[in-house]
Write a protein that binds this ligand. Sequence first.
Ligand code: BGC
Length: 395
Amino acid sequence: MKFSQSAVLAFAASAAAAPSPTHQESPRAAAAACSSAVTLDASTNVWKKYTLHANTFYRSEIEAALTSMSDDSLAAKAKKVADVGSFLWIDTIENIGKVEPAIADVPCDHILGLVIYDLPGRDCAAKASNGELAVGEISRYKSEYIDPIVKILKANPKTAFALIIEPDSLPNLVTNADLQTCKDSASGYRDGVAYAIKNLNLPNVVMYLDAGHGGWLGWDANLKPGAQELAKAFKAGGSPKQLRGIATNVAGWNSWDKSPGEFSDKSDAKYNKCQNEKTYITTFGAALKTAGMPNHAIVDTGRNAVTGLREEWGNWCNVKGAGFGVRPTSTTGTELADAFVWVKPGGESDGTSDESADRFDSFCGKSDAYQPSPEAGQWNQAYFEELLQNAKPSF
Ligand code: BGC
């Protein structure tokens, strides 16, 4: 997936890519599923009660990765990554098939994280994650993507779900509205996000709308329009009770609280007070409140251990030298931050570095982008090992 910016305008980028086909691993022993229906109170921080589940799909990717590791001590560390909770991306209609197998081993005190990611004209400001649905295919999005997911979540009332809604979509409408591709995608994004949050508003679900990151909607000029765009979607979706706020830094690289921030010495830093995600969720959170939308946040810390790697803040693709960050926890020290979570499955690519590929995006060919890298969502063993070596805390 995604993002970028500079002072006032931001341009985002993203990736898509059908990762591997439906996962077939047999479920692990079902550790005491709930005996009755789950009701999540989205007016509270559900992460205090529920642990992000280490899903079987990512586990199977790690298990496959282990087979090609010759360094035993690194392999022993890699094994531990399989036990870290992370989100499962439902990035194609076919990959809805991953949800049921992933539900099978979720114990009663865990929550299964899913990323809803298949809007028509997806990733309008970049190429790497362009999706399967074309601009205009909104009725397919509703009936072939959202409706079947709703059906599965309703059929599993004893399982708790945390959903991140459509990374990059609304932020792109805020900062990349000048691009024809984003103009074309705009009405489908707005309609699709509203439909998704209205229909996924179920008692066993808590939802977070994607809000980019501090280097995207954190610019002074983007804060208010950004908050208004998200609040408009929230209201168009019927102000769903189960929507708790926003997800930030999804597949991103920003530090939680580095101060001064990573890009504070740049000449345009005076136009952005949100130099780390902590400041961003606080500042953007205030704008959301004014705009009339719930404003608690979850923040992706999956790959943000190392700073100082990006030549520009907007560089989003397979950043070289990155490391796994803080493990999922509800101990954030900030009331507005419900939890640190792992959203981007570390090891899955952000986009291909193959210049001849249809979805090649120039960001994935930059000098700070790891190369070679496969299509977005595909496994990159060397990159996974790099994340592991550079993890903070270490494994
Ligand atoms: C890709 C998706 C993938 C996700 C998680 C996105 O950039 O477009 O296909 O599932 O990353 O790796």
